[in-house]
Design a binder for this molecule. Structure first.
Ligand SMILES: Nc1ncnc2c1ncn2[C@@H]1O[C@H](COP(=O)(O)OP(=O)(O)O)[C@@H](O)[C@H]1O
Ligand SMILES: [Mg+2]
Length: 604
């Protein structure tokens, strides 16, 4: 593994580095003046905590301000707020409070407690363990005046107001501030919904409505132990009352927090059952934005350079489109061929990125991978996309999963025969024609449905003329690469690929099938350029991937991506479509995606 983006803001860029087995985290300063001071502060605090709580420092580069530390968990609670099994809440809260208490015992106040800074472990069973607290950039000694540079700040609605305004510069830090933020964090876990909706809820009727929802969810989660853990409920309910926001309540908050922690000790040493996936304890979860986890695989060879440059320049449009309206997480992989033996052809550039981090990540991407071979490792990418071990792409649970393949080429294996794989598909869809009897055999119902749906959604791309010209292109391309393929066949039908996970060339058809059936994803493809072998391949992938194919011209990649990103929410998609057609009346880049959105609405 190289270095992949996890998070980017004006304060910091966070990267996951190392190998799967031996991963670590690098946090770099952001563009904002003063972000280097925050990183220095984080380094000092973590050195003193010495791994007892939070990540352990591996090294700190004073010159470039890069903090290297151990990796804690795989996801933060803002990522998986709606994937928490009901049984996890008491144990998760106990372990989180235990860590917070340790920070306080060592004389610190964390000062940035919120779901995004609490880490958990996720694998194919779901969220299975608590992992720890991160982000010690705001951390100060207890009972210290908040008048040092960059000590004022925080995140609504979690941070206690005595931290977020300059008027409190002379106020001393107090662990009560953390208990307030911890209580708001747990309250948010209990009621669910987006962070802005949770903030709005607290403001309604002086917190009365929030209190009701917290009580209901608390009773569901704590069940038979709800009397033992009443001090926790007291803390949670107090944290959504306006009184708790005043400075005079910091000491009471500290006492309530400590009591709540003690009452949770009954959960010490226990684990939750990952099988009980009931998330219906979260009353607001129904109103949350639609979730969409995208794996974007971009062929990053030289021929793609100009489209990628265009994408970089226009990316703000995507960020603007989805902001707060779609809960989008993107993994980005860049892809090359593997003619260059020792190197892996897939480079993950970023993981579970929100749109602002994604923008940063695309900005760093360079379409400079040298192209030595006409086919690209699309089949390796599709294989890594579904593999569960080691996990390369780790989408959340209750989410729409989409793989997007962007390119101007085709997979190794696509040209293994002179005739295009479309021939057998068409004949199965229509029924094989027997020349002797002049009769058609029955169609294969599964292929017929796929083919008919796909043809209907892709009329412009599925004409007879296109079919003929793509068939011819296939045959003539076959003649040019035949040498390479037959040579390989002598070795048993597979290419030996150094440095790849599975050293043999994967079967692209199986990979597509498993992405759909095992990973539960839809595959969309976006084609660029005039290569007909490529468009025929990309359509094939989209058809078996049950998604769409779009051919984009200059500057249209952004339109197609916006369409696919927003395809999970019909209303947002239609707003986008309207706006796009006003600005680009002639574009065809949304056609197939529009039919797809209409079709998926009727399936819902
Ligand atoms: N040590 C770590 N282990 C695992 N993930 C981490 C670690 N540090 C940060 N992250 C991930 O990166 C995100 C941003 O890091 P954070 O330190 O919170 O930066 P910021 O100060 O910009 O919020 C976190 O929300 C978390 O998902
Ligand atoms: Mg953070």
């Amino acid at each position: 593994m190289n270095k992949t983006y996890l998070h980017s803001s004006t304060m910091s860029d966070v990267f996951l580095c190392g190998t799967k087995k031996d991963a670590y985290i690098e946090k770099h300063r952001g563009t904002k003046p003063g972000s280097e001071l925050i990183l220095e502060r984080e380094n000092e605090v973590l050195q003193q905590l010495n791994g007892v709580v939070g990540p352990r420092v591996i090294k700190f580069n004073e010159v470039n301000k890069i903090l290297t530390m151990t990796k804690i968990g795989t996801h933060d609670l803002s990522d998986v707020l709606h994937d928490l099994p009901i049984d996890s809440i008491p144990i998760l809260t106990y372990k989180f409070f235990e860590d917070l208490n340790k920070i306080h015992e060592r004389g610190f106040v964390h000062r940035d407690i919120k779901p995004g800074n609490i880490m958990v472990k996720v694998d194919n069973r779901g969220v299975y363990d608590y992992a720890g607290i991160v982000d010690f950039g705001m951390t100060l000694r207890s009972n210290k005046k908040q008048n040092e540079p960059l000590a004022i700040g925080g995140t609504k609605p979690y941070t206690h107001p005595t931290q977020s305004s300059k008027e409190f510069k002379e106020t001393r830090t107090n662990p009560g501030q953390d208990w307030f933020a911890a209580a708001r964090t747990v309250s948010h876990l209990l009621v669910g919904g987006s962070s802005p909706s949770f903030e709005a809820l607290i403001k309604k009727g002086d917190g009365a409505e929030a209190s009701n929802l917290i009580k209901l969810a608390f009773n569901r989660c704590f069940g038979s132990r709800k009397n033992d853990t009443k001090p926790l409920l007291d803390l949670l309910l107090f944290s959504v009352k306006p009184e708790s926001e005043s400075q005079s309540e910091l000491m009471p908050l500290l006492h309530m927090g400590t009591n709540a922690f003690e009452s949770l000790q009954i959960y010490s040493g226990t684990y939750w059952n990952t099988k009980n996936k009931q998330i219906s304890f979260q009353d607001s979860s129904r109103h949350r934005p639609k979730r969409h986890d995208v794996l974007l695989i971009v062929d990053n060879t030289e021929s793609m350079q100009s489209e990628i440059e265009f994408l970089k320049r226009q990316f703000d449009e995507i960020a603007e489109l989805v902001k707060g309206r779609i809960d989008l997480r993107i993994d980005l992989w860049s892809l090359g061929d593997y003619s260059d033996g020792g190197k892996s052809s897939i480079t993950p550039l970023g993981q579970r990125m929100r749109s602002d981090t994604f923008q940063q990540c695309v900005g760093d991407m360079q379409a400079s991978v040298e192209q030595n071979d006409e086919a690209e490792a699309y089949e390796v990418a599709l294989q890594l996309a579904y593999l569960a071990q080691p996990i390369y792409w780790n989408p959340r649970e209750a989410t729409k999963r989409t793989i997007i393949l962007v390119g101007d080429s085709y997979a190794h294996g696509w040209l293994d025969r002179e005739y295009s794989p479309w021939g057998p598909v068409v004949s199965k869809a229509r029924g094989k024609f027997d020349k002797a009897t002049q009769q058609r055999a029955p169609a294969d119902p599964k292929i017929k449905k796929l083919y008919d749906d796909f043809t209907r959604r892709h009329q412009v791309y599925m004409t007879k003329d296109t079919e003929i010209s793509e068939r011819e292109a296939h045959s003539s391309a076959f003649k040019t690469v035949q040498w390479r393929d037959t040579k390989i066949k002598e070795k048993g039908g597979h290419v030996y690929v150094d440095g790849e996970l599975h050293k043999n060339r994967p079967n692209y058809r199986k990979a597509i099938e498993r992405c759909v059936e095992q990973k539960n994803a839809i595959i969309h493809t976006i084609g660029i350029g005039e290569n007909k072998v490529s468009s025929s391949f990309l359509k094939f992938v989209a058809m078996f991937g049950q998604g769409t194919y779009t051919h984009v011209g200059n500057g249209e990649l952004i339109i197609a991506l916006k369409g696919i990103f927003s395809s999970v929410d019909a209303k947002i998609f239609h707003d986008l479509e309207k706006e796009t057609l006003e600005l680009n009346p002639t574009t065809q880049a949304l056609n197939s995606i529009t039919t797809f959105v209409i079709d998926s609405m009727s399936e819902d």
